[in-house]
Design a protein around this ligand. Sequence first.
Ligand code: SF4
Length: 439
Amino acid sequence: MQPSLPKFSAYTADRFRKTPYWDRLSEEYRRVFDVTTQVLPFRVNDFVLEHLIDWDRGVDDAMFRLLFPQHGMLSDDQFDRVARAIGAGGAALRGTIYEVRCELNPHPAGQLTKNIQAFQNKRLEGVQHKYDETVLFFPSAGQTCHAYCSFCFRWPQFVGEAEWKIQTRECEQLVSYLKTYPHVTDVLITGGDPMIMNTKSLRRYIEAFLTVDTLRTIRIGTKALSYWPARFLDDDDLMPLFEQVIESGKHLAFMAHLNHWRELEPPLVRDAIRRVRNTGAVIRTQAPLLRNVNNDADVWARLWTTSVQLGMTPYYMFVERDTGPSGYFRVPLIQAWEIYSDAIRGVSGLSRTARGPVMSTDQGKVCVDGVMSIEGSKALSLRFLQARDNRHVGQPFLAEYNEAAAWLDELRPYRSNKFWFEPDTQDTTADLGEELLVS
Ligand code: SF4
């Protein structure tokens, strides 16, 4: 254990207003903060406030925008409705907040319908199974984070709407499921951030997964390396747990959320990365491309180069999902591809493991491969990296050139009425859970 590591202390909107940082913000910004945090989750901690944000740049700082609400995350109409409702308070305010949250597409890409499975005549709680080989597990104790990202597509997990939350306390049902379906090789423990759990809870889940012989990889989705690196430095039981996974013969993969190279600058972050890597775990880095935060090829090139220098593997550049405040962060697909291409040209081959820009759509992970010319007309070339229907993995397709489109459903098929993967009738995969219920 390192001496004199800070103690974790989180600040909600109310607590943050009592810190000295509040005094540095303008009246105008405080109003944006007060209204927007009624709808979207907010949470910061001492580490991100002191070590990640450049307070001299204030609201113009990329890390500030990554952590704090901004004007434009709600539409003008939504903002005004919430502002008026704050005056009314009580049930009127609660009703308006719920209404606006519903307008923000809280569960995109079939998350609460198509990704939920049933097993042995019961709903598989706290689990999403979209791709054949990988299952997502949402432990209740991991459904918060050390700080919240302003863009986060998991925001419905954090706003206290119970029926929107995907979570479970138990993993016995999942372990039985995994033993029944040996084609599932990977479990991703996700949230929120599983590293918010204490080591005892994390150990309970990990040791249960170690009993599944057919499981090859345990993945942990986390941003704690940059939002609370002390988590990896102040607990003498944590590294032995990671080592136990490696010694069992399974792969331990950290899917690290890293949006900007500045997150990798603090010495404590580098210490945490080194400590995790020393256990034999592999850290892969991924993040969405966000307007106003990291929509700059140089930022990505430096992020990937620094990641490789620190022993991590660049994995994904995502397109921001169509949920929550996505309008504020939206980068059109062709611009996203240009940023990705410029960044990838600026790094060595070892950093070119990053795939992107990738949309996590209802049908699967779709990569924008580029713009091509066919008989004098432009088309967008795309490809499934992952697919709900495994037969689609690796399959390419073309869309009409469209400089404004920022998501798959805004694209038109190239010289066709529909994309080849679109069903003629109702999508039968939507009924999979019901089929399992009666089998
Ligand atoms: S740490 Fe991950 S889950 Fe938590 S708010 Fe940020 S992106 Fe979302």
